[in-house]
Write a protein that binds this ligand. Sequence first.
Ligand code: AMP
Length: 277
Amino acid sequence: MKTCDTIQSLQFEIKSLRAQNLTIGLVPTMGALHQGHISLINKSTEECDITICSIYVNPTQFNSKSDLERYPKTLAKDIELLKSTNCNIVFTPSNNEMYPEPATLKMSFGELEKNLEGVNRPGHFSGVGIVVSKLFNIVQPDMAYFGQKDLQQVAIINSLVQQLSFPIKIITCPIIREKNGLAQSSRNQLLNPEEREAASIIYTCLQNCVDKVDQFSIAEIEENAINQLKEKSLSVEYVSFINISTFAPAEKIESKKTAICVAASIGGVRLIDNVIL
Ligand code: AMP
């Protein structure tokens, strides 16, 4: 596996791969890698000749400075983990490499960001849209892999690809969970063992919501779930039934079109999760 920390060195590698007509899969990450990220890498190595994983903690998508500072950074360990996969290149740019000039560009995704992460993390999707566009332009992959874990992000990326005509196929991969059901996340590293166990209530709660859809209204289920999370001392930002194409609140439940999304914090660590019905 090659490591490139400049755009120039990465593009030098890519040029010779392209000359051999090899297909390229890109897996954008912010590092502190876990099995969720590895599942994306594995999907890409199955489907593409060459897999490139980017590791970059993108400052422009953080709406809180302390959250950015606290975000786990484990680059040496990440590179070791990637070496155990069939990943071919890891791209690890510095801030100066990605943003030689301060980023002034803003992106807006309209209705898609009127709810959930869009309102709870102002500016987040603008930062995501810009960094992903930059990575797409730098790498020009054939395919790019994203996790359902960040469901609204997937909708944003699909809109970005469509609106900017990126010739890239977006693949969404399922959520990888810990044994207790907690969705794997880099932020889980910030939890102590008790918090990690307590946080498994998020998935239990999502499953309870699924079980109730035939008997209760959406509002009743949401309220019940919020109470269930609060009982376990989680601080809840939202439990919300949404339409997965528009991200508007769901008025009725439609199979494969409705998802239940949760954002809640424990020990000051913000976690998100979802299930598609
Ligand atoms: P991040 O490093 O958190 O920005 O995540 C990089 C990519 O990995 C994103 O597309 C995430 O949706 C995806 N991802 C994160 N956690 C998981 C998980 N538990 N299962 C599957 N994909 C994930």
